[in-house]
Design a protein around this ligand. Structure first.
Ligand code: AMP
Length: 512
């Protein structure tokens, strides 16, 4: 079934229920949403786009994002979601590689990146009102048939190394992802409210699918981004929110709640469920999040190539403090989500015994159809249907996966493997430490040495001998950092992932 049918279904079942909000302002009911998406589909077709053509969405979060998505799908088109903060060079590459000719944009994105497009429409402009003009009867506008294996969402990987690759996600992939939310992540009632704080070009935007399946409400904050005070206020005004947040966003919400002296009950009125993932969540951070905001967290692990579907650590598992392996479970990413098989293998794909560290591989209906126009990269990533994720971890007897690191972040020092995450977890429990990133630095004697970049909590002065003593007390000597760099902030990409490539490049500079 094509994803556009989800909108038609809600336009029939709950036509006049408010569906999209901009801040606290109602933006569209389900039937108005369908009428505008159908209008856009007609217009895109009239402009000469044919099924399978690509439409670029290069926008900060905006209510029209949702209308544009479903409008493109109504016309049988493929959306290419692009993070609004990408470098113009990357966007130029994505436009050329995807062959997109039409782009929906917001006024704040870099115009220089868009030279390759034939048409660009600022979604907040008067011109856009004609593109999104509602049709009188959306049910009279034929939907372009799509097969489950047709591409719906062409997502370019974050590309911290090399050029971004286009991940082809099909209607089947996204339908699977949407249905899985109900089994492995959370229930959704039509009265629920999904808020898009993280960029809609990534996982947060994909969660529109399960929320539309359930006929829930969708809210785009007026700021278009992550402003903790605004999000709490929105939750208190519209009903507790569900959201997807990278660990850095969770941290900001928790910091705000703590600074304002909010209780877990106050947090419960603002947030129903916070799904976190996309980067490591450290044990110390999730424990603090629980203390401050109560039991409203669910973790997922996935990647663009199997979007939002890999493993899940449920609210119940995160709350099961009586379990003998509770702490290990909190530090894990949970168990395989229902539609996928998950294994940990050696380099050639053989299963490793439980507890041994190897590459995480995943198979199931959420796994991408391949990389766009890149059969070599596809063949390297997907072998016999198994997606080689590039993540390294180990499984326990109950099926819980503990991630160590991306394989490329592994540090080999004096011939021993050191997983940066292990060192990071320890350093984060040192008094006064706010954030940490550990990388390897090339070294003539050891091959690589461990370097820790450390950010102090506001108003705290950190001293490396104390950090070193803290590490020595808790980890093998050879794993502890050889050098510490006390920094004001860590470099992160727009999804909140720490850019370890930048840290390594910085260490390689003369005199660094
Ligand atoms: P992306 O394709 O941009 O979504 O990045 C996916 C990568 O983020 C994964 O391959 C992991 O390395 C990392 N990641 C995703 N979820 C988690 C998680 N829950 N814990 C740790 N790392 C994660």
């Amino acid at each position: 079934m094509a994803l556009v049918e989800l909108l038609l279904r809600q336009a029939r079942v709950r036509p006049h229920q408010a569906a999209i909000f901009h801040g606290t302002q109602p933006h569209a009911t389900h039937v108005q949403w369908a009428a505008r998406s159908a209008g856009l589909a007609r217009r895109l077709t009239a402009e000469g786009l044919v099924p399978g053509d690509r439409v670029l969405l290069f926008m900060t979060n905006h209510p029209r994002y949702l209308e544009a998505l479903w409008g493109a799908w109504w016309a049988g088109l493929v959306v290419v979601p692009v993070n609004a903060k990408l470098h113009p060079r990357e966007v130029e590459w994505i436009i050329a590689n995807s062959g997109a000719t039409v782009g929906m944009v917001t006024a704040d994105v870099a115009p220089s990146a868009l030279a390759g497009l034939a048409r660009q429409i600022d979604v907040a402009s008067a011109e856009a009102d004609t593109w999104f003009a509602p049709v009188p009867d959306p049910f009279a506008v034929p939907v372009v048939e799509r097969c489950p294996d047709d591409v719906a969402w062409l997502f370019y990987t974050s590309g911290t190394t090399g050029r971004p690759k286009g991940v082809m996600l099909t209607h089947r992939n996204l339908m699977t992802m949407g249905l899985t939310y109900f089994v492995d992540v959370d229930s959704i009632a039509p009265t629920d409210v999904m808020v898009y704080a993280a960029p809609m070009s990534h996982g947060a935007g994909l969660y529109a699918i399960p929320h539309l399946m359930a006929g829930a409400r969708h809210v785009v904050p007026a700021s278009g981004g992550v402003e903790p005070p605004e999000l709490f206020e929105l939750g208190w005004a519209l009903g507790p929110l569900s959201t997807f947040a990278a660990p850095t966003i969770v941290k900001r919400l928790v910091d705000h709640a703590e600074a304002q002296g909010l209780s877990p009950a106050d947090a419960a009125r603002a947030f129903k469920t916070i799904v976190y993932g996309g980067a490591p969540m450290y044990l110390a951070d999730i424990q603090r999040a629980h203390r401050v905001m109560g039991s409203r967290f669910v973790q997922i692990y996935g990647q663009g190539e199997t979007p939002m579907v890999g493993t899940a650590l449920s609210r119940a598992q995160l709350a099961d403090a009586a379990h003998p392996r509770y702490v290990q479970r909190m530090a894990s990413v949970g168990v395989a989500q229902t539609p996928v098989q998950l294994r940990v293998t050696d380099a050639v794909g053989n299963d490793l015994p439980l507890g041994e560290v190897g590459e995480v591989v995943v198979k199931g209906d959420s796994v991408m159809a391949g990389y766009w126009r890149n059969p070599e990269a596809t063949a390297a990533a997907v072998r016999d249907g198994w997606l080689f994720t590039g993540d390294v971890g180990c499984l326990d007897a109950d099926g819980f996966l503990t991630l160590k690191d991306r394989s490329k972040d592994l540090i080999i020092s004096g011939g021993s493997n050191i997983y940066p995450r292990e060192v990071e977890e320890v350093l984060l429990t040192a008094p006064g430490v706010a954030e940490v990133a550990v990388v390897g630095q090339p070294d003539a004697e050891w091959g690589e040495v461990v370097v820790a970049f450390v950010v102090a909590q506001p108003g705290v002065a950190l001293f490396t001998p104390e950090l070193d003593a803290h590490c020595l007390a808790q980890m093998a000597r050879f794993k502890r950092p050889k050098h510490y760099r006390l920094v004001d902030a860590l470099p992160k990409n727009n999804y909140g992932k720490v850019l370890k490539t930048e840290l390594r490049a910085w260490l390689a500079l003369p005199g660094a």
